[in-house]
Design a protein around this ligand. Structure first.
Ligand SMILES: [Zn+2]
Ligand SMILES: [Zn+2]
Length: 267
């Protein structure tokens, strides 16, 4: 079955992306997408460089809405946001939100779990007594609180903490991650399968890992495919492979946002 292509995780020049909203729409149309969602980073106090910036929420939304109007009737564009755990937003402004955790706050400072391998090792050494499980506990604590408090439409890159550090050899990791997943699923049932780090050669597989995806399926969760692209050339990157993987795990459908809400397309 031909994959119906859409992507709700798209960054533009309004935050840390390389192309404008319109440039992304043009590429989506060229590549046969049926819809696209813009999800720039909501402002994070103390860690705002990669976000839409302080006080810019209305400006951001009105720019995306301007482009939505421009393509009305010809292409479905949605106004979303990738909302960080440490963000405050006006939920009523958006068609959907992706809930993500990028940092843990230690001693009042943001420490990114996706800032690099050495940086991650540094957090584990300096703030976790050398035990990496302490880092993932902090990270998943934020993920669980985010899900409960903000109930995002989609949970973003669920296991981002594994970006630069492998926990695979440590079974304690999966106790923490699966425990967090079960808590999260009391509030949010939809997860993205995020190919962003695969597109830029940082990872071989999308987030979340297959073990987590299998548990999402077992607990009645659903998935969307997302490119998390910061450059329009990565729109749809790895979607076919990800769909194949999902099928192998046992998923039979993929969610897609329409003007009438989320629908599920058979895989
Ligand atoms: Zn993110
Ligand atoms: Zn993102």
């Amino acid at each position: 079955m031909e994959l119906i292509k859409s992507n709700l995780h798209t960054h533009t020049t309004l935050s840390d992306g390389e192309h404008s909203v319109e440039e992304n729409v043009e590429t989506a149309i060229e590549r046969g997408f049926v819809s696209l969602g813009i999800s720039d980073h909501s402002y994070v106090d103390g860690d705002g460089d990669y976000t839409i910036g302080k006080g810019n929420e209305e400006k951001y939304v009105s720019e995306v809405r301007r482009v939505i109007k421009k393509y009305e009737g010809t292409f479905d564009l949605f106004c979303g946001a990738e909302v960080d755990y440490y963000s405050e937003i006006d939920r009523s402004l958006y068609d959907y939100i992706i809930g993500s955790v990028h940092t843990v706050k230690i001693e009042g400072q943001h420490r990114g779990v996706d800032w690099g391998g050495e940086y991650t090792q540094g957090i584990i050494r300096d703030f976790c007594g050398g035990d990496h499980v302490e880092l993932c506990k902090m990270y998943y604590e934020n993920v669980m609180e985010h899900a409960e408090k903000n109930k995002p439409d989609i949970m973003g890159h669920f296991d981002l903490v594994t970006k630069f550090h492998s926990f695979d050899e440590d079974e304690r990791y999966y106790d923490v991650a699966l425990g967090a997943l079960r808590e999260v699923m009391k509030h949010v049932k939809r997860f993205e399968v995020n190919t962003g780090a695969v597109a830029v050669n940082i990872r071989k597989d999308p987030y979340p890992s297959k073990i987590l995806l299998a548990e999402i399926l077992r607990l009645g969760g659903t998935v969307v495919l997302s490119a998390d692209c910061h450059n329009r050339k990565h729109l749809g990157f790895g979607f076919e492979e990800a769909a194949k993987m999902l099928k192998e795990i046992g998923f039979t459908s993929i969610d897609r946002l329409t003007k009438q809400g989320f629908v599920s397309d058979p895989l």
